[in-house]
Write a protein that binds this ligand. Structure first.
Ligand code: 6GU
Length: 249
């Protein structure tokens, strides 16, 4: 998977690609992260990439010519890859979008700065607009990095353990179960005994219960849309009986 990131701050993206799982994915050749400086495609001695908005008003707009040239160049290197603009006006990014982007050969990201980019670029050069949430950032770079991070861990081989992506929070609309490691007692607080039992089916049942209850408590909105299977209903009924005993006395 090749990610090309068009930005006026390529060093932000290069720094990001030097750590942890992203670095290892680059080193193993499973992904490539290519930060392209839009300024390299700007004309004139000062290689200006922005200008004042027509009609007046505050803020600057990214000029169309350098962006168009940078996008054309990235596309030549990266055929069959959608060009994605990062903007708070885009479609909200989620795990499902990450899964669908992970099936692409490559992705070309355009990071806007200032007030935005010339609308004619959006119309003629952009395939998709994506936002990472309902808040405003100073530029698209962090959003591009968020998306690259989420997509990379779905590329086969990058996590070293394919099971861990499948059991992720959101991959089945449930939050992850609680995790514990040594020591068995920390500040007088013991881990759940079942985890020491060596009984794998009991551990699996405990983990499902942990996932369900955590989702119910922390993200009840995720439960609204999700269908419960028989086992999950039985777990919730057990908790309901428990609560009724506590209340009813
Ligand atoms: Cl993709 N870009 C900017 N500038 N702000 C954002 C965003 C993107 N997503 C949420 N806020």
């Amino acid at each position: 998977m090749k990610f090309s990131v068009l930005t006026i701050f390529p060093e932000m993206v290069n720094a990001f690609a030097q750590y942890g799982i992203i670095r290892r994915a680059v080193e193993s050749g499973r992904i490539a992260v290519d930060a392209i400086d839009i300024r390299d495609f700007a004309e004139g001695r000062h290689r200006v990439t922005d200008d004042r908005p027509y009609g007046g008003g505050s803020g600057m707009v990214m000029k169309p010519e350098p962006l168009a040239k940078a996008i054309e160049s990235a596309r030549r290197e990266n055929p069959e890859s959608p060009t994605i603009l990062l903007t708070p006006q885009g479609r909200p990014f989620d795990q499902q979008t990450a899964e669908s982007l992970a099936r692409c050969k490559g992705l070309v990201f355009v990071c806007g700065r200032y007030e935005g980019i010339d609308e004619r670029i959006c119309e003629s050069y952009i395939d998709e607009e994506i936002s990472i949430g309902d808040y405003v950032l100073t530029g698209g770079e962090l959003a591009a990095m968020v998306i690259i991070d989420a997509v990379t861990r779905l590329v086969p081989g990058t996590l070293g353990n394919e099971a861990s992506a499948a059991s992720d929070t959101f991959s089945d609309d449930l939050l992850e179960h609680a995790h514990y490691t040594r020591p068995p007692i920390f500040e007088n607080n013991a881990i759940p005994e079942v985890l020491l039992s060596g009984n794998h089916s009991a551990i699996e049942a405990w983990r499902l219960e942990s996932s369900l209850i955590r989702t119910f408590l922390k993200r009840p909105d995720l439960m609204e849309t999700r269908r419960l299977d028989h086992r999950e209903k039985e777990i919730l009924k057990k908790w309901m009986r428990h609560l009724e005993t506590l209340i009813g006395g």
